[in-house]
Design a protein. Structure first.
Length: 358
C-alpha cells in the first residue's frame, strides 16, 4: 500500500512538472511535410561515411567551422579558441580566444579572418591576433546566435546568419521546437560598417554560402528542413525562393565547392516526435520541460548531402553504425577530399571525394 502511494505521488509530481514547470518557450503551431523515406529512394540508409578518417588532433572539443589553408586546418572550438593545426595534428597554434563560441569562419581577400561567433557576434581577426567586433545587431535587434558567414569574391560584403534573435547559443533545441521564425540572413558592408537584413522570419537560420559568381546566397533553415535562396544579381535580385525543401534531416552548415556542387551537413535525421507534435504547441512545451531532465531522442547518424546547382541531390552519405563520426555539422570540399567538422566530436575527419561521389 505504501509503495502504491509513493508511485502515485511520483506520477503526480511528474505530471505537475510537465504541465507547470516555468519555461519561456512559446511554441508556434505548424505543419511539416511528411518526412522523406530513409529506407528507399535517394535518401536510403547506407554506410558510405563509414570510411571517415581522423584528421588533425584527437583531443579538441567541437571543431565546428573548417578552413583548409595549405597543409593546415583552421577551426573554432567549444571553449572559444580558434586554432590552426597541421593535418596530422602534430603542429597546433591558438590564433585567438573569442570568449564565446566560434561557429563560422571565412577568409577575407585582405587576409582578415572573419568569425561568426554564437555569443559575440561577427568578429574579425587580423594577422597580429587582434580581435574586433564588426557588428552585433541589425535594425535595432541584437544578434542572439550568430552562426555562419561567407564573404563575396570582391571582399565588399560578408553574408551571415543569426539563427535566433530570441534564443542564444546552447538553446538551439528550444529555438527549433518553438518554431518562432526569429532567424535572419544578414549582410555586413566592410566599406561602410553597416549591417542590413536580407531575410527575416527564418526558422533557425544556420549555414550560409554563396553560389556561382556570387549571384545568390543560400541559407539553411534548420527548423524547417529547407534551404532558402536570396538572389543578389540578375532579374531576380532582391527576391528569394526555395533552393530545396523537405530535407530528410536538420540542415546545419553548407558550402559551395566553387564550381558545380554544394555540400550540406545534416545534424540528424528528422524526428518523428518533433514532426508529429508540430501542430500541438502545448505538447511541445511539455517536451521542452522533459528535455531538461531527459536526453534528447536524437538519431546518432553521420549524414551529408551533395547537391547540384539546381538543388538536386547527387550524393547521400550516411553512417548509423556504432562509433560513427557524428553529428556532422560542417562539410567542405578541398581538392580530392571532403573534410568534416562536428559541434560535439573531439576531432575532425575526411574522406576521398571520389568515394563520396561514386
Amino acid at each position: 500500500m505504501r509503495l502504491r502511494s509513493v508511485l502515485l505521488l511520483l506520477i503526480v509530481i511528474v505530471i505537475a512538472y510537465l504541465l507547470l514547470m516555468p519555461t519561456r518557450i512559446e511554441p508556434v503551431a505548424w505543419k511539416p511535410a511528411e518526412a522523406p523515406s530513409l529506407t528507399e529512394g535517394v535518401y536510403a540508409e547506407n554506410q558510405r561515411l563509414k570510411g571517415v578518417a581522423q584528421v588533425g588532433p584527437s583531443d579538441i572539443e567541437g571543431p565546428e567551422a573548417l578552413l583548409l589553408e595549405g597543409d593546415f586546418l583552421i577551426t573554432g572550438l567549444h571553449d572559444g579558441r580558434v586554432i590552426r593545426t597541421s593535418l596530422d595534428g602534430t603542429q597546433r597554434k591558438v590564433l585567438a580566444d573569442t570568449g564565446g563560441r566560434p561557429l563560422g569562419l571565412a577568409r577575407h581577400p585582405n587576409g582578415l579572418l572573419v568569425i561568426a561567433d554564437g555569443v559575440k557576434g561577427l568578429l574579425s581577426l587580423d594577422a597580429q591576433g587582434q580581435l574586433i567586433a564588426l557588428t552585433t545587431s541589425a535594425n535595432g535587434v541584437d544578434f542572439g546566435f550568430t552562426d555562419d558567414v561567407a564573404i563575396d569574391k570582391s571582399g565588399h560584403y560578408a553574408y551571415f546568419s543569426d539563427a535566433s534573435s530570441r534564443w542564444g547559443y546552447g538553446h538551439d533545441g528550444e529555438a527549433i521546437i518553438e518554431h518562432g521564425g526569429d532567424g535572419r540572413l544578414l549582410r555586413y558592408d566592410f566599406q561602410t560598417g553597416k549591417t542590413s537584413v536580407l531575410l527575416d522570419k527564418l526558422e533557425f537560420a544556420n549555414g550560409v554560402t554563396l553560389g556561382p559568381d556570387d549571384a545568390y546566397v543560400l541559407v539553411n533553415e534548420t527548423g524547417a528542413y529547407r534551404i532558402s535562396r536570396y538572389w543578389l544579381s540578375g532579374p531576380k535580385a532582391g527576391t528569394h525562393d526555395l533552393f530545396i525543401d523537405n530535407l530528410p534531416g536538420l540542415p546545419d552548415n553548407l558550402a559551395f565547392n566553387g564550381t558545380d556542387r554544394f555540400w550540406v551537413a545534416l545534424y540528424a535525421p528528422r524526428n518523428a516526435l518533433l514532426d508529429g507534435t508540430a501542430g500541438y504547441p502545448f505538447v511541445r512545451k511539455m517536451i521542452v520541460r522533459a528535455l531538461h531532465v531527459l536526453p534528447a531522442p536524437v538519431d546518432k547518424r553521420g549524414f551529408v548531402l551533395g547537391l547540384d546547382l539546381q538543388g538536386k541531390v547527387i550524393a547521400s552519405l550516411q553512417d548509423a553504425s556504432s562509433g560513427n563520426y557524428s553529428p556532422i555539422t560542417t562539410v567542405r570540399e578541398y581538392g580530392p577530399w571532403l573534410y568534416f567538422g562536428s559541434l560535439k566530436a573531439t576531432h575532425m575527419g575526411r574522406m576521398s571525394l571520389e568515394a563520396a561521389l561514386k
